[in-house]
Write a new protein. Structure first.
Length: 301
């Protein structure tokens, strides 16, 4: 029996970070469904503000200010970080709206589509190479998404916006030299002034829900912490994994959302939707088999 190839410790860490991030994100509909009557824009503002403040405390405790200061004093390094910040904020807002408008299945479709965006960006921009069986898996998943598009009878703009914004975020985040914690903090720090001005304006107009109801105020604060934790894990995964691998791991997130939409929120599911869902998982199984077969010959995950 041939000895197994040694595993890349950083790649293993990347997989664990990815699993953590995507599982937490998959459960997010349960959390954001609690914000009954609070507009998506206001929740987005608080996600930015409280995640930034939470990271200030965390970085202070860990003594990790050096890379943050180094990044802030070099404006040329902030271009891609600003792009990451804008993309992830846009993604947050669209996702919250999808949950509030009871379109979790469409959000799930968007995150099923995101790996395809990641693979395309990896091939076109980063020149990553896909094995033949992995390309078959990609084609099968693409066919499943196309069938769902046709079945919807209209352009699923929520799904497309979620996929394009998060896929592009993954590309830019992979190219940022900052570590996960520092990069996430700089992203939220760049958005902090805008969020603070927006909250001030809402409070001045009497439209803010913050401090008017203790449980709701607590949820808004917690939204920042829950925003930061999976993004830290995702940033750690993005730094260690190929973009294609990162993309296919993401199927965990929409699969959980799909099940939540179906079993908890009671959104309708047709036979065609179920069939395409199974096609996507077949593609994921093919991709996983191909990766396992080629693991002794390649170090990258």
């Amino acid at each position: 029996m041939l000895p197994s190839a040694p595993r890349d410790p950083e790649a293993v860490k990347g997989v664990m970070f990815g699993l953590t991030a995507y599982t937490m994100w998959g459960c997010f509909p349960l959390f954001f469904a609690l914000f009954d009557g609070v507009p998506a824009f206001e929740i987005l503002i608080h996600r930015i503000l409280w995640s930034c403040l939470f990271l200030v405390g965390l970085i202070s405790v860990l003594g990790r200010w050096s890379p943050v200061v180094a990044a802030l004093v070099q404006p040329k390094r902030l271009g891609r970080v600003l792009a990451c910040a804008l993309l992830i904020a846009f993604n947050w807002g669209i996702y919250i709206y999808a949950v509030e408008s009871k379109q979790v299945l469409q959000a799930s479709l968007g995150y099923f589509l995101t790996p395809l965006v990641n693979v395309a960006l990896g091939m076109l921009v980063l020149r990553e190479v896909m094995a033949k069986l992995q390309l078959v898996a990609l084609g099968l998943a693409s066919l499943a998404i196309a069938i769902q598009f046709i079945m919807l009878g209209e352009l699923p703009w929520l799904s497309l916006l979620l996929a394009l914004s998060f896929g592009s975020y993954g590309l830019f985040r992979k190219q940022v030299s900052l570590d996960g914690l520092s990069g996430l903090f700089v992203e939220t720090l760049l958005l902090f002034p805008l969020a603070l001005m927006a909250l001030t304006w809402m409070s001045w107009q009497g439209e803010s829900h913050f401090l008017h109801d203790a449980p709701m105020s607590a949820l808004l604060v917690v939204s920042g912490v829950l925003t930061a934790l999976p993004l830290m894990a995702f940033a750690g995964a993005a730094r260690r994994l190929r973009l294609a691998t990162l993309g296919f791991l993401m199927y965990i997130n929409p699969s959980i959302q799909f099940l939540i939409a179906l079993t908890i929120f009671g959104e309708p599911l047709g036979m065609i939707q179920l069939a395409t869902f199974l096609m996507i998982w077949t593609g994921l199984a093919l991709y996983s088999w191909s990766s396992w077969q080629s693991r002794p010959r390649q170090a990258a995950v």
